[in-house]
Each structure stands twice: as structure tokens, then as C-alpha cells.
Ligand binder design. Structure first.
Ligand code: PLP
Length: 465
């Protein structure tokens, strides 16, 4: 393909993209294909001779697209959103076009410097103190793994990387029983082990970790010879939005000299709205590490996860490695690959720059506020609907409900709703019962889209009788 053909196809694809997005409401949200259906339409072996782009794109439309679940559909109410606001998509097109590998300052100074400034814009947007710097990672899972590795190294006097862990006492990390599975996985990978991730029950309306129970667990562990290494808090858990009281956790961590990490992967975006701070953000400035995903609710195209660090030295002491071929001479510069596990880095900051400039923080706040308002409104409507019980109240824009019947009926309702295709929901577990989660967060969602969910849920419930 030459560059003139590239320009023609690029134009064709961006027009196709606009039409796709404009027609999303006509499509079923969740893919309606069965397992193996897409793969069975692909040739078993790669072609030996070149194929025409026209043919390739035709196959994309007829084979691939029917097997896609539409995450940008305005009636996507499952999981958490992975938004892609149009300006952030344009930035991604530019990033893909320039195709730089931005591991070091000198491998693209602009990428590093825009990243430093975007981290600071977001720091201000979330009203974190000036002392916080940070880094953009691919996902919250990677940021959390970096933080857990830092907890491990800090607790072992920065000897774990060199000596391995066999001679150290068992390290312990403390969190609530509402944390995301990425915390478990980080503990597996870091060599902490699942059994040393101590999960404490939650209390109160926001399902916050019981801090006095956590203190007791730390005391008990110290008596048994364990080595407490860190506390992981959550703001906006995946199941029902569980949110810890941050200030007492910071106080507890200080008392036992523990490193602290906050997972605000989803709810962090809502903290650009100051009215949510009193409930969710008080004490946040005491955390060592905070992760939030602009690629979830804020609108930046996946992937884009920001990890704020109060003092990056501990994470750099854990992850920085500098072979001769990565050394750069001259000025004192930031090389972000030293802050993270992967060496190679995409220019993710550009989409934040495009996003914030295009909407302004106020434009982004308006969306989040509407989502929260509409989630509350739908929750009330469902509460007043026969055979529906609200199980957990809205935390920001997430609540959960059950229909009459056992767990098996909840799953049948979820599956039937998703087979219908007008909306997309997912299930969860809360207090050993299956629940149906509902979150509002897609960038183009309107009030009508959210209210339509009420009609769909009622209609599909009728068909299950
Ligand atoms: N933390 C929370 C609360 C989440 O909801 C999720 C994913 O939805 C994650 C962490 C993991 O995010 P990522 O896919 O960026 O690793």
C-alpha cells in the first residue's frame, strides 16, 4: 500500500466510523454470535498472495462486526464503561500514524513532556496536592501490580528483587472484601500469595472496610510474625461501588508504617466533580499511590490508566533498571519506562490533551453528573416496580437489583435481556446472592436511553413467567 492509497482508505474508514457511531442505537449491544462462529469463517492458513483492501474491509464488515459487542452503544450498562470520545479517537489516530515508541524522553521528548503536564492537569482536576506526580499506564491492573511490588520491596528493605523472597517472613497486604480481582492477581504475581492478602469485611451504606477490624488483623499478624507491607483501599468497587473511608486508613497505615494504594479505577473520574469529595475523597492526599482510569468514565479511548504517586522514589527503587543500551547522556530528564513494568510505551497522553481541550472539565463534569442523576432516577423507578427489589443503593451511577426468584432466575433474566439486545447488563454477587448490576456511564447515553432500560427489564421479566 502506498501513502496515497493509505490516505484514501483512511478517509473511507473515518467516514465508516462516523456512520457506525451514528447508527449504534439500531444494533444489539452485546454480540449475538455463538462461540466459534467468527473463527469458522476465517481461512485456516494465511494467504500467500496479497489481498485487496476492499476485500479485507468487506470481510471486516460481514465477518468481524457481527461478532463485536458495542462498548460505545449508548445503552451499554454492563461492567464499567470503556468510553472513546471522538476527540480522543482522533488523537489515537495521530498516535498510531506517528507510531513512536516513547519509552525514554529522547525517544520522543514531546510524549514525555505532554505526559508530565497531563498528569498535572488531572492532578488539579482531582484536587490532589501539588506534591503528586505520576505516570500513565495501560491499565489499572498494571498500576496496582506496580504498587504491590513497591509494597513488597519497601517492606523487605528493597532486597526482594535481588535476593528473592524465600528468606523473608510472609508479607501481608490488607484490603476490603470488595476489591477488584486485579488486587488478588497483583498479589499472586508479586509473590505475596493469595493467603497473605487479608480481606476485611465492610460496614455501612458505602460498604467501607471496617478499619478497626483491619487494625486488629494487623495486630494479630504481628504477633504471629508476619510482616505487614501495605494497605489497598477502594473508591468505587466493581461489584456494588464499595468505597472506603480514606482518612482513617491513612492514619492506620501511618501507625504501622505501611505503603498505601488506592484503586479508584472507575470512580476516580467522578472526582472532577467537587460535590462528591466529602463522601469519597476525604483523606485521599495521604495515599502513596492512586490509580484511576481516564479510559473508563472520563472519555479517553482505551487504554489509559493514570497512577498518581506522592513520591515516585519508592516505585523507581522497585522498577528502575538501566542497562547501557537504555542510558541517555546529558540533561536530567524523566524516562517513564523506569516507573513501570513494560519498557515500551505508547503516547497515551495525547488523547487526554485532546479530550480535556475539546470538552473542558465542565463538559466532562456535566456528563458524569447526568449519569449519576439518571441512575438514581432509574433506581427509583425499579424500586416501585412489582417483583423488583433494589439490593444496593446507587453509589455514584452504580446500583444493583434482583427480580423475584432465586439466583438461577436472576441469571436467566440477565441472559434474556442481553439476548434481546436493546440494553446490556451484567450480574454480580453481593452477600452470597446473585445481583443484577446497573451502571450509567457511556459518553453518548441520554436520559431516554436509561429510562428505556425500565421498559426492557419489565418486558423481559414478563417473558420469563
Ligand atoms: N479496579 C476496578 C474497581 C475495576 O472496576 C477494574 C475494571 O473494571 C479494574 C480495577 C481493572 O481495570 P483494568 O482493566 O484497567 O486493569
Amino acid at each position: 500500500m502506498d501513502w496515497d492509497e493509505f490516505a484514501d482508505w483512511g478517509q473511507h474508514i473515518s467516514k465508516w466510523g462516523a456512520e457506525y457511531h451514528k447508527s449504534l442505537r439500531e444494533l444489539p449491544v452485546r454480540a449475538q454470535t455463538g462461540p466459534g462462529e467468527v473463527a469458522s469463517q476465517l481461512p485456516e492458513s494465511p494467504p500467500e498472495i496479497p489481498e485487496d483492501m476492499k476485500v479485507i474491509l468487506n470481510d471486516f464488515e460481514t465477518i468481524i462486526m457481527p461478532g463485536m459487542t458495542h462498548w460505545q452503544h449508548p445503552r451499554f450498562f454492563a461492567y464499567f464503561p470503556a468510553n472513546a470520545a471522538p476527540p480522543s479517537m482522533l488523537a489515537e489516530m495521530l498516535v498510531t500514524t506517528v507510531a513512536a515508541q516513547c519509552m525514554l524522553w529522547q525517544t520522543s521528548p514531546a510524549a514525555t513532556e505532554v505526559e508530565i503536564v497531563m498528569i498535572d492537569w488531572l492532578r488539579q482536576a482531582l484536587t490532589l496536592p501539588k506534591k503528586f506526580s505520576g505516570v500513565i499506564q495501560d491499565s489499572a491492573s498494571s498500576a496496582t501490580l506496580s504498587a504491590v511490588l513497591t509494597m513488597r520491596e519497601r517492606a523487605t528493605g528493597y532486597t526482594g528483587n535481588k535476593d528473592g523472597l524465600s528468606s523473608k517472613g510472609a508479607l501481608r497486604i490488607y484490603c476490603s472484601d470488595q476489591v477488584h480481582s486485579s488486587i488478588d492477581r497483583a498479589c499472586w504475581v508479586a509473590g505475596i500469595g493469595q493467603d497473605n492478602l487479608v480481606k476485611i469485611p465492610t460496614v455501612g451504606a458505602n460498604h467501607a472496610v471496617d478499619v478497626s477490624a483491619m487494625k486488629q488483623a494487623i495486630e494479630d499478624d504481628l504477633k504471629k510474625g508476619y510482616v505487614p507491607a501495605g494497605i489497598i483501599a477502594i473508591t468505587g468497587g466493581t461489584g456494588v461501588g464499595a468505597s472506603d473511608n480514606l482518612a482513617p486508613l491513612v492514619k492506620l497505615a501511618k501507625e504501622y508504617d505501611l505503603y498505601t494504594h488506592l484503586d479508584a479505577a472507575w470512580a476516580g473520574a467522578a472526582m472532577i466533580c467537587p460535590e462528591f469529595h466529602k463522601t469519597f475523597w476525604h483523606g485521599v492526599d495521604g495515599f502513596d499511590s492512586i490509580v484511576f482510569n481516564p479510559h473508563k468514565w472520563l472519555g479517553a479511548q482505551f487504554d489509559c490508566s493514570v497512577q498518581f504517586l506522592k513520591d515516585p522514589a519508592a516505585q523507581l527503587n522497585t522498577l528502575k533498571i538501566e542497562p547501557e543500551y537504555l542510558k541517555t547522556s546529558g540533561a536530567d530528564v524523566t524516562n517513564f519506562s523506569e516507573w513501570t513494568i513494560p519498557l515500551g510505551r505508547r503516547f497515551r497522553a495525547l488523547k487526554i490533551w485532546f479530550l480535556i481541550r475539546s470538552y473542558g472539565l465542565d463538559g466532562l463534569r456535566l456528563r458524569i453528573r447526568n449519569h449519576v442523576k439518571w441512575a438514581h432516577e432509574l433506581c427509583e423507578k425499579l424500586r416501585n416496580t412489582n417483583e423488583i427489589e433494589v439490593v444496593t443503593e446507587p453509589i455514584l451511577s452504580l446500583f444493583s437489583f434482583r427480580c423475584a426468584g432465586d439466583d438461577e432466575r436472576q441469571q436467566r433474566l440477565v441472559d434474556a435481556i442481553n439476548d434481546d439486545g436493546r440494553i446490556y447488563l451484567t450480574q454480580g454477587m453481593f452477600e452470597r446472592q446473585k445481583i443484577i448490576r446497573f451502571q450509567v456511564g457511556q459518553f453518548e447515553t441520554t436520559r431516554e436511553d436509561v429510562m428505556m432500560a425500565h421498559t426492557v427489564i419489565r418486558e423481559i421479566m414478563e417473558t420469563l413467567k
